[in-house]
Design a protein around this ligand. Structure first.
Ligand code: PLP
Length: 372
């Protein structure tokens, strides 16, 4: 009889992790995960299904996803000198990066509050994660603190989300260039929200061989497909490619992404609508005198509630059928903060109406007491 127990064999740093939590969303208006809310037009769905018909599921996919890579280069205007590595979502590419540079004595550094996966993946790779606090007044990079941390920890990898999640702002590009000049190792600029920020470091790849750029199709409308891209210097990407599992981009993803890239204007059009709706939602939020709303260049908005009310407001919204993200407790700088993804106009209205209902004072007090 085997007495094997997980606590004896699972690496201690894995046992110490808490699993990435995804909130159940059934029956709710889902404004918690930065998804594009729009379906495809019916004629596009039909054309897509036709294109999937001949796909051979009994065969392994093209391991290099050649045709898809060619299409991505054209549509995303990737500089010809940049190499390209594809991932099953950009999360997989972040995992590959962490595994490639990780291990004992290695540091992965990122500003915080930031994308939760950065810390999680560093820990999985057996690296030390160093989070450098952003400035308190508007979540801008604290260049002085970054410089000190870089000098002290000599990070193998620096991760910068541009725009940042969950704060929504774009860091000062000059500060990023200074970090690039200081960095002893790799710097990855994570441009997951580029469709909503419409600015990029892609054209600076040539100036910094240690710079890699991370993109994803998820936030633009293909979150279910799982396709991310890492761009940059051939010598770096050739090493990272060794960590990629041979068939990481499955046949359905390859075929569907190629189809979607031929219909790219549909997605760009949806992003434009989302950017417009972001402005309207921002204005609506700013009409609540009790809330602090932060400017956003992404497809979500961060806002701060009065002290100790975030959980009650979050629960109140859920009771009214709207799911957003509660960030209270995630990081000291996010105390009392909530994050809402920009949805369809009618979804945003439902959110604002529910929020207004909750914010009418007496209700908040009662519901707050209910929950606490
Ligand atoms: C959503 C997100 C990702 C992950 O995207 P996938 O490609 O879906 O894995 C990466 N970075 C940031 C900053 C994100 O917000």
């Amino acid at each position: 009889m085997s007495g094997a127990r997980p606590e004896d064999w699972i690496r201690p740093e894995i046992q110490a992790l808490s699993a990435y939590h995804v909130a159940p969303a059934q029956g709710l208006i889902k404004l918690d995960a930065m998804e594009n809310p729009y379906d495809w037009p019916p004629e596009l769905v039909s054309a897509w299904l036709e294109e999937l018909r001949p796909v051979a599921l009994n065969r392994y996919p093209d391991p290099a996803a050649q045709d898809l890579s060619t299409a991505l280069r054209a549509v995303m205007a990737i500089p010809p000198e940049a190499d390209l590595l594809l991932g099953n979502g950009s999360d997989e590419l972040l995992q590959i990066l962490a595994l490639a540079v990780g291990g004992p004595g290695r540091v992965i550094l990122a500003p915080e509050p930031g994308f939760a996966m950065y810390r999680l993946l560093a820990q999985i790779a057996g690296a030390q994660f160093v989070g450098v606090p952003l400035r308190g007044d508007g979540f801008e990079l604290d260049l002085h603190a970054m410089g000190e941390a870089i000098e002290r920890h000599r990070p193998a990898l620096i991760l910068l989300a541009y725009p940042n999640n969950p704060t929504g702002n774009l860091f000062d590009p000059q500060a990023i260039r200074q970090i690039l000049a200081w960095a002893p190792g790799l710097v990855v600029i994570d441009e997951a929200y580029e469709p909503f920020a419409q600015t990029s470091f892609m054209n600076e790849l040539g100036a910094y061989p240690q710079l890699l750029i991370l993109r994803t199709l998820s936030k633009l409308g293909l979150a279910g497909l799982r396709l991310g891209l890492l761009l940059g210097d051939r010598a770096w990407l050739a090493q990272l490619d060794k960590l990629r599992l041979p068939y990481n981009i499955n046949v359905l993803t390859q075929q569907t992404a190629r189809f979607a890239l031929r219909h790219w204007p549909v997605f760009l059009g949806q992003a434009q609508v989302i950017r417009h709706e972001r402005g309207l939602l921002q204005q609506e939020l700013m009409r609540f005198p009790q809330l602090t709303t932060y400017p956003s260049r992404a497809n979500f908005i961060l806002f701060r509630t009065p002290a100790q009310q975030a959980a009650a407001i979050h629960a109140g919204l859920m009771a009214r059928g709207v799911l957003i993200k509660c960030l209270h407790g995630v990081h000291p700088q996010l105390a009392d903060c909530l994050r809402v993804t920009v949805g369809k106009p009618e979804e945003n209205k439902r959110f604002i109406t529910a929020l207004a209902d909750i914010m009418s004072q007496d209700k908040l007090v009662t519901e707050g007491l209910d929950i606490l």
